[in-house]
Design a protein around this ligand. Structure first.
Ligand SMILES: Nc1ncnc2c1ncn2[C@@H]1O[C@H](COP(=O)(O)OP(=O)(O)OP(=O)(O)O)[C@@H](O)[C@H]1O
Length: 119
């Protein structure tokens, strides 16, 4: 049981590292806070919340994996290397695709509801 609890500690330590070192991760958390506040204000349905949670989770997970991949790349290839560049660029592209998908989902859900609310 204590090993199980310890593994949570390691995971939270990783989360703390990403929050401390990754500006993008903090920006994603801020965006999530804003979407959550707007979601409460415009009273999203359960289905709409599920889409928002799924999209946000996908962005945060890819950002965490990107952070891990960057650190691993720096560890195994401290010197500049064309393959290290590809690894980091493709990993960053994964975050970009996840973020663009989340923005599209967010806009499709939020814009019509915000317009209805404002009218
Ligand atoms: N070892 C390397 N060899 C070749 N190109 C690299 C290497 N390290 C970084 N690069 C290039 O520089 C870009 C930025 O690298 P960097 O390590 O600063 O990543 P980053 O995304 O800015 O990380 P962070 O979010 O931690 O600032 C990479 O996407 C890659 O194109």
């Amino acid at each position: 049981m204590s090993r199980f609890i310890k593994s949570f500690g390691y995971a939270f330590s990783g989360l703390g590292h990403a929050i401390k070192t990754q500006l993008n991760f903090r920006v994603h958390l801020l965006a999530l806070a804003l979407v959550t506040a707007s979601g409460y204000w415009i009273k999203l349905t359960i289905t709409e919340w599920l889409w928002i949670i799924g999209a946000a989770g996908m962005v945060l997970v890819t950002e965490l994996l990107n952070t891990a991949i960057e650190v691993l790349t720096d560890l195994v290839s401290p010197e500049l290397h064309p393959k290290a560049k590809i690894i980091k660029d493709v990993s960053a592209a994964a975050v970009l695709v996840a973020a663009l998908t989340a923005v599209a989902i967010g806009l499709i859900i939020l814009i019509p509801k915000l317009l209805c609310h404002a009218a």
